[in-house]
Design a protein around this ligand. Structure first.
Ligand code: UD1
Length: 355
């Protein structure tokens, strides 16, 4: 069997790693990795390949940054000849980024089977670019690998036939389980005892200048109570620089962190404040309190079972929830079923039994 994997943006790499490893152990399975180049900075891409032990991509489409339509179109146009040249039996796409939907569409048009890893998640908020990507990719995919039961329920409501859907668990957690023992290798020596770990990059949080100003002001205020560590996504850095905002208070600004460094920062954090998707899952697994600055989540199991709380765009709520955590009253969570480090093995089992 010839399997072609598509990755493009930071959150894809930790999902590719375990599936690639699991398939390596299967006989007669040839694998090819195509990187679209959606993320291209060393610390947004290469460092993850190094730390996670994935060999360099076989093909890099080198598309880079552009508007959504341009980026999606460029990925489609440059992927089509690669697909025609290699003619895989199946293409694996991961998560909800533009690279995922663009390549799934090319495969569907050429009649090449697509499997979507991390299928079925829904925020029910179509103002999020990722929600559009999720909806379309799941309609196009021949095989859908879901991380939790809510995914299966969403797909059933959308008319996806159940024989295409496989509940396998969470591949991102596979990587976390494997890497956790190494995570303290990169633990900074001067890490504070108690700190808030902050990440923020969604358009809804960083593209509105007034909102971004308020966010930084609030962070500055929080940092007089507890230290704030903030690895800054390039998109956020660009917005902050454009507005000439320096932020107030004692925020520790950092470059985007590598996988192991970020894992160590999460594991040791008092609380994580984020708008990321994957971090809601990782904190749930680690049992670290997470406050998500979004009105909704496509990962509701992290709220119903895990340590996640949605605080929306409400600074009063953020402060109140932070106080709650700092007073030792954080919500205790549980690890969802099948988030056990073996999701990729279950994916490999399904793929190897295909006709
Ligand atoms: C993308 C994904 C988002 C994911 C995030 C993780 C989509 C629609 N969004 O958002 O779901 O959570 O990745 O990071 O696919 N840039 C750099 N260097 C890079 C990459 C980006 O400087 O290596 C800057 C560019 O200015 C670019 C901006 O970041 O314009 C945004 O990058 P883009 O890939 O368009 O989206 P993300 O915000 O990273």
């Amino acid at each position: 069997m010839r399997v072609l994997h598509i990755v493009g943006a930071r959150p894809n790499f930790m999902k590719l790693a375990p599936v690639h490893r699991a398939l390596q152990q299967r006989p007669n399975c040839e694998q090819l990795v195509v990187h679209t180049g959606q993320h291209y900075d060393f610390n947004m891409s290469d460092v993850f390949f190094q730390e996670l032990g994935i060999s360099a991509p076989d093909v890099n489409l080198g598309v880079g940054s552009a508007s959504h339509a341009q980026q999606t179109a460029q990925i489609m146009a440059s992927f089509e000849p690669v697909l025609l040249e290699h003619r895989p039996d199946i293409v694996l796409v991961y998560g909800d980024v533009n690279s995922t939907v663009a390549t799934a569409l090319v495969c569907a048009k050429l009649g090449i089977r697509v499997a979507h890893v991390e299928a079925g998640l829904r925020s029910f908020d179509r103002s999020m670019p990722e929600e559009i990507n999720r909806l379309i990719t799941d309609q196009l995919a021949d095989l859908l690998f879901t991380p939790s039961e809510d995914g299966d329920a969403n797909l059933a409501k959308e008319g996806v036939s159940p024989e295409r859907v496989h509940l396998v668990g969470n591949v991102m957690i596979d990587t976390l389980v494997r890497m956790l023992p190494n995570s303290d290798k990169l633990r900074p020596k001067d890490l504070p005892k108690r700190y808030v770990l902050m990440t923020m990059h969604r358009p809804s949080n960083v593209d509105d200048p007034e909102w971004l100003k308020c966010l930084l002001k609030t962070l500055g205020e929080i940092s007089s109570d507890i230290e704030v560590l903030f690895p800054v996504h390039p998109r956020t850095r660009e917005r902050i620089q454009k507005l000439n905002l320096n932020g107030t208070g004692k925020i520790h600004w950092m470059d985007p962190a590598s996988y192991l460094l970020f894992l160590s920062l999460q594991k040791n954090a008092t609380v994580v404040v984020t708008d990321s998707g994957g971090i809601q899952e990782e904190t749930t697994f680690l049992g670290v309190p997470c406050l998500t600055m979004r009105e909704n989540t496509e990962r509701p199991i992290t709220v119903t079972m895990g340590t996640n709380r949605l605080v929306g765009r409400d600074f009063g709520k953020l402060r109140a929830e932070l106080r709650y955590v700092l007073d030792g009253k954080a919500k205790k969570g549980q690890v969802p079923p099948l988030w056990d480090g073996n999701a990729a093995t279950r994916i490999a089992d399904v793929l190897c039994n295909l006709n």
